[in-house]
Design a protein around this ligand. Structure first.
Ligand code: 0O1
Length: 372
């Protein structure tokens, strides 16, 4: 019996609240996972990440295999020790990053060969090598090695890509070293085609995983098509296993996806935006480089417990970004991650109290209202 399990707590429509039990601790779901690309959540210490309320963070196979190398991280005690993050870590399998970052790459039915965007060195990822790297990193949750097709694409190209990913899922599962409290997730593909998505879910559940991700979305299809695809795919997925929507998204994306039965999310939006002066708040987003903030003594967001909002003014944050001070990205990343965690906590409480519908209306009204 694997100690890894998702324990349901409450439902509200298709939305679920629960707890993810892992070898590295318990995480409340629905949960947003901050992205730690090269073994760090950029501009944050691990204590500050913890203080935002995050329970689980992402590591990145692609970056870590290139630098410092998976063997080195393993020799140094694994990613938990290396980052000093005691909680669960989920690592993506690297295929998506190769397609979006790798300089030159060659995809074949066995894997992908690519040149490092760092130093041009040649590397190869296969389902076996990706799974081995994630094991060396000591990832709590390992992702299958998959291929995420660029959209728009012809249906037969999407079908061929999905079937390749399903063969790779079987090879990833074969290569996975099962450990108590650890998990491997299959990744559902199939573009926005309901029949292909259904075929992919069947293929993955026939193999059997501890959790299931939905990949191949948030690649330019737009929110309506993403939600439509969730509507046709999530109900086919095992109800007793965690569901992870990869690369998503804005607060509005998170809300709509939780309401369609998703439990786990990751996105670079809050961290990347924090570095470019874009703040996420309950009244929408704000660009703190804008001159209108230069003399504004108010906190960024009233009621937010983060250091940017409790100790500083909009004018100060504006100054930091205008002066290109390192503290700017630090404080705003801290704020954005805090805001994302507060959104998830509010949604979770609403599910427990069976009032997610009303809560959704309140959230959307706030985002539409703009800066008070
Ligand atoms: N294995 C796999 N990964 C996918 C990812 C990466 C998820 N984050 C990984 C982290 C690990 C380290 C880095 C990221 C995706 N990210 C997105 N959209 C991101 C859209 C976006 C882009 C830029 C800004 C905001 C959103 N779609 C994704 C689909 C897949 C997929 O099918 N398979």
């Amino acid at each position: 019996m694997n100690g890894f399990r998702w324990q349901p707590e409450a439902t509200d429509g298709a939305a679920r609240a629960g707890h993810l039990h892992t070898a590295h601790g318990v995480v409340a779901t629905p949960t947003f996972m901050p992205v730690g690309t090269a073994g760090t959540v950029k501009a944050m210490t691990m204590d500050s990440v913890r203080s935002t309320g995050a329970g689980i963070v992402l590591g990145n196979t692609y970056h870590l295999m290139l630098r410092p190398g998976a063997e080195r991280v393993q020799a140094l005690g694994g990613l938990h020790r290396f980052m000093d993050w005691p909680g669960p870590i989920l690592t993506d399998s690297g295929g998506f990053q190769v397609m979006s970052l790798g300089a030159l790459r060659k995809l074949d039915s066995d894997g992908v060969t690519f040149q490092s965007h760092i130093d041009g060195s040649r590397h190869r990822l296969t389902p076996e090598r990706s799974t081995e790297i994630q094991h060396m990193l000591d990832a709590t949750i390992t992702m299958c090695f998959d291929e995420c097709p660029a959209l728009p694409a012809e249906t037969d190209a999407i079908a061929a890509s999905m079937r390749l990913s399903m063969r790779w899922a079987a090879r990833s599962r074969e290569a996975f070293v099962a450990r108590d409290g650890y998990a491997q997730y299959g990744i559902v593909q199939g573009g926005t085609e309901p029949q292909l998505r259904a075929e992919s879910v069947r293929a993955l559940t026939d193999i059997g995983f501890e959790g299931y991700a939905i990949g191949g979305l948030a690649v330019g299809e737009g929110q309506a098509l993403m939600f439509q695809t969730l509507d046709g795919t999530v109900p086919l997925m095992p109800a007793d296993k965690p569901r992870y929507l990869m690369g998503v998204g804005t607060p509005d994306d998170l809300l709509g996806s939780v309401m369609r039965g998703i439990d786990m999310f990751d996105c670079v939006m809050p961290t990347r935006s924090g570095r470019t002066a874009r703040a996420y708040t309950g009244f929408g987003t704000l660009n703190l480089r804008n001159a209108r903030h230069a003399l504004d003594p108010r906190p960024l967001e009233a009621g937010c417990p983060c250091p940017a909002c409790t100790r500083h003014s909009r004018a100060y944050l504006h100054h930091l970004f205008r002066a290109d001070e390192i503290l700017g990205p630090m404080l705003l990343t801290w704020h954005n991650l805090t805001y994302y965690q507060r959104v998830m906590q509010g949604i979770r409480t609403a599910i427990l109290e069976t009032r997610l519908g009303a809560h959704a209306i309140e959230l959307r009204a706030g985002w539409a209202a703009g800066d008070p």
